[in-house]
Ligand binder design. Structure first.
Ligand code: HEC
Length: 195
């Protein structure tokens, strides 16, 4: 840094002198410029949070996909015939994948990856059930929950069709008796109807 005569000596201490060297112009411009940009950007984002349109596009594509899927299904009845249709009809079984996706997202934390249960939830792959006597009990129980919320109520967290499809997936788990599953709880119930 240059130390011409114009540079006023501001301090001297123990023989160390401090000169008044101005910051280079480009540096100050960058500094002020970045503050100005930050304010401008924040204001823009505050006024139009979705300026870049990413959130909207993501939402649109997910909704679009779901709409396409569920539009072709219509409004599913949460009854035995509908649920067992997904389990037993080879044409309809593909929908169990959607049920599995719902299960993987919301249920595995307690019921385990393959439905074998855990210390916090019963095994869904054996023939014993605590709250279930027949197929139609599945969507009802999933909607309202059980045991004071130990089994959460999913009625306002999942779409009605998701509840039917996850019920079908849970029904399809019965009898898979996954290795290392939790011991039986409740009572052995009559087999699901076969069609
Ligand atoms: C926070 C832990 C937890 C989560 C998450 C959870 N469950 Fe449960 N679930 C339980 C518990 C605990 C029970 C047993 C309730 C009882 O003992 O009455 C249960 C019971 C059930 C039963 C009845 C089993 C029986 O033997 O009566 C079904 C069916 C079921 N859950 C399905 C699901 C589905 C589908 C999901 C995801 C949408 C899910 N659960 C998410 C804890 C959970």
């Amino acid at each position: 840094m240059s130390t011409t005569e114009e540079n006023e000596i501001l301090h001297e201490y123990d023989g160390i002198q401090e000169y008044d060297n101005p910051l280079p112009g480009w540096w100050s411009m960058l500094f002020v410029g970045s503050i100005a940009f930050a304010i401008l950007y924040q204001t823009l984002m505050w006024m139009h949070p979705d300026t870049l349109g990413m959130h909207a596009r993501y939402e649109a594509s997910v909704t679009n996909m779901l709409q396409k899927q569920f539009a072709s299904l219509g409004e599913l009845e949460p009854d035995e015939a509908t649920i067992m249709g997904f389990v037993n009809d080879p044409e309809e079984r593909k929908w169990l994948d959607v049920g599995r996706a719902v299960f993987q997202t919301n249920c595995v934390s307690c019921h385990g990856r393959d439905g074998g249960g855990s210390t916090s939830a019963p095994n869904l792959t054996d023939d014993s059930y605590i709250n279930i006597k027949q197929v139609a009990d599945l969507p009802n129980l999933i909607r309202v929950g059980a045991k004071q919320g130990a089994m959460p109520a999913w009625g306002n967290r999942l779409l009605d069709n998701e509840i039917v499809l996850v019920s079908a997936y849970v029904a399809s788990l019965r009898g898979s008796n996954v290795a290392g599953g939790k011991g039986a709880e409740g009572e052995v119930i009559a087999p699901w109807p076969s069609n």
